[in-house]
Design a protein around this ligand. Structure first.
Ligand code: MN
Length: 228
């Protein structure tokens, strides 16, 4: 007799540079408005108010290299972000200890059904239908800390069809990676397999089927993600 009543769901597992072994995903946290210029473009005060987070589902992360245009929207926006993968966790992690929990970093996109998110915001409702849809987070291969160290500065750039749409620098993040880990761990128990998307610089905008996004972060290389 099987130990489970139904077939086990797949474990989401992401590729890692330099090894056949994959990184298994447990949870996905995303920070909102973490670059001042993006907060301003979304109509908010860029002052350092407490950070806020929403979540995507583990299987929203997609390393296929393609972004399928999702249903029920006519305004899907690109948001280039750095993904932070944890190898361990805990509660109440001190800022000074936070980076010891990082396994590695990867390019990622927090694709957003902006029209649906806008309606949800207006009504004071949760953001899932705008943010946590199928394959909403294209992600690149993971670069382990052992290979690239910790990334706290470097150019962040997204092009659509060769034209630069978003640009910034990791050093412009309002809440730095150690602060995000520490803050989250005061509210949730963090653990190995957790992923944090660290926010997007200014310049978000729509994509259409047939477009090609080209995302790059200094130290993590680049990846092309066609909208199909
Ligand atoms: Mn985002």
């Amino acid at each position: 007799m099987s130990a489970f009543t139904i077939d086990l769901p797949n474990t989401v597992a992401l590729p890692v540079v330099g090894t056949e072994a994959k990184f298994p995903v447990r949870r996905v946290y995303c920070i909102g408005r973490n670059y001042a210029a993006h907060a301003v473009e979304m109509g908010h005060d860029p002052d350092r108010e407490p950070p806020f987070f929403f979540q995507k589902n583990p299987d929203n992360l997609d390393a296929s290299g393609e972004f399928p245009y999702p249903p029920k929207t006519s305004d899907v926006h690109h948001e280039i972000e750095m993904a932070v993968m944890l190898k361990s966790g805990g509660d109440n992690i001190a800022i000074a200890d936070a980076l010891s929990h990082v396994y590695g970093y990867a390019l990622s996109l927090d694709m957003t059904r902006r029209d649906l998110q806008g309606e949800q915001k207006k009504m004071g409702r949760p953001w899932e239908i705008g943010k946590a849809f199928e394959r909403s987070a294209p992600v690149g291969v993971i670069h382990p800390v052992a290979e690239v160290g910790h990334l706290d500065q470097g150019r962040v750039e997204l092009k659509v069809n060769g034209e630069v749409k978003q640009e910034g620098d990791l050093n412009q993040m309002i809440w730095k990676v150690p602060e995000m880990i520490s803050y989250l761990s005061d509210y949730f128990t963090l653990a190995a397999g957790d992923v944090i998307l660290s926010g997007t610089p200014a310049g978000v905008g729509p994509v259409s089927k047939g477009d090609e996004m080209d995302v790059s972060i200094a130290g993590l290389g680049s990846m092309k993600v066609p909208v199909v």
